[in-house]
Write a protein that binds this ligand. Sequence first.
Ligand code: PLP
Length: 618
Amino acid sequence: ASLYRIDGWGAPYFTANSSGNISVRPHGSDTLPHQDIDLLKVVKHLTHPKASGGLGLQLPLIVRFPDVLKNRLECLQSAFDSAVKSQGYGSYYQGVYPVKCHQDRFIVEDIVNFGSPFRFGLEAGCKPEILLAMSCLCKGNPEAFLICNGFKDAEYVSLALLGRKLALNTVIVLEQEHELDLVIDLSKKMNVRPVIGLRAKLRTKQTNYYGSNSGEKGKFGLTSAQIVCVVAKLRESGMLDCLQLLHFHIGSMIPTTSLLSDGVSEAALIYCELVRLGAHMRVIDVGGGLGIDYDGSKSGEGDISVAYTLEEYAEAVVASIRYVCDRRSVKHPVICSESGRAIVSHHSVLIFEAVKPMAHQPKPDDIQLLLEGEEDLYTAVMRGDQEKSLLYVDQLKQRCVEGFKDGVLNIEQLGSIDGLCEWVLKAIGRSDPVQTYNINLSIFTSTSSHWGMGHLFPIAPIHKLDQEPKACGILSDITCDSEGKIVKFIGGESSLPLHEIDNGRYFLGLFLGGAYEESMGGVYNLFGGLSVVRVSQNDGPHSFVVTRAVPGQSSSDVLRAVQHEPELMLQTLKHRAEEVMHTKRGGEEKEEDDEYKNVAACLDRSFHNMPYLATEEG
Ligand code: PLP
């Protein structure tokens, strides 16, 4: 298990158990030993055919653990509660979840529900998001914030104002100066007193991949000059009391607390200035950026690691705001954060299968025969002379390719020689140590940030961890695209230790991918969304219960996504089958009917099933 650094990136939720499988500890460090969930048992239950008591789901699939989600939320809240208490901070923390991280209905509903005792709210960045956030928050704590970020038109602003009419705590955060005119105009027309926030464009700049939109040239937010104009306009309109929140976001995965403190302190200064200018400021919203340690190194390097814990993050935020506000004698504001990645990443595990292509194995007699024809090579191999063996293998290969081009060798002979060369390399211990394992997955659909920006996720087998992996490999997906592969792994490794696959199945898990990946992936190559299940901890004999299972997108679904009409296509193909089989008819009508039925059933199945490779049990 140490080969995969599970304790580094997985704690406190994932660990290797005594059977060599990965266990999920759904309540983090509060999990009791009997509550551990064996991931292999879950996958077997999900994939076993219905007839033998399973759910008959096809891989790849995503297993979500709502208990983990609850634990993440509670840990975030308690980290801030502790920092507030230990530093004598004069207000409190009230966070929101940015739904763009994962808009799945059940995830958002869970967050609203689990976060209700501490008024946890939502952040939206576009019209469909505000619609979903408003409807979910109807069942939440009435004080929970609904932070409305993003580019806004009149319809978006009207929705946010309507939210206040519905007694939801919506805050319209101005990202652009002209949005203020819409807010002033529409709030008067709709007769609603809005709560307004400002997104400040900070000078503090993140230098990692995610920081490209931070700093003075960032895409979002208002400059100091624009902030002054907004304040003046609000004062003129008699609405300065509506301005209550200051927001900033310097990018995801903030690597260190020193950079975080710089950003928060700069924002706190602007907050104090807004207080001085007469706004009724109440809340400072430090945006997202609370990172997670994908490689377990705690180094804060490479866009995949952060050099702090949840507690240290909260302490740095609280301390920076308190310090600045105390120096300016400003009342401590409510602290809001829009942490997405840190809340949802851990609770979702992507399970997929790896298959190693069979190497061509020449028969021992053939090897003997071929080697005897190659005297020099034969002697070198027998003597164990690696250098000479390699040299003769190279020469033999070259000669054979020439022979094939000249028509002296046929393809069977060429194949035998290739097999011999592979055998020799293996026999002298010089075969390529890195093997290619095919994975039944689409990199583009399921790990698009790996494909797009080289983001690394921890990947490990979910079983066999008590056996030493005898191979190492790269992972090549089933899309018809040579970029569909993973050749870099956490720790900077260019291959992953993997087990030899005998007759059984080999399941791998990609962990910490619960944020962004599913929202970003499309249907490239027509491989669509995966089966998703929700698994909760249960005190019964199996320690887990599947509370919801939704099969992934079928071939019909992905075809529909690109404007085809699967029902019509099916009709056309069946019609063609009828015609063709009818013309063949004569005397053997019964047989023809059976054939038509088989063809029709095969077509029905193909439209209905997922596009991924089907395996025996799936
Ligand atoms: N808030 C805003 C405005 C964002 O743009 C983002 C993401 O980039 C977030 C919050 C969430 O950030 P994270 O997932 O790093 O917490």
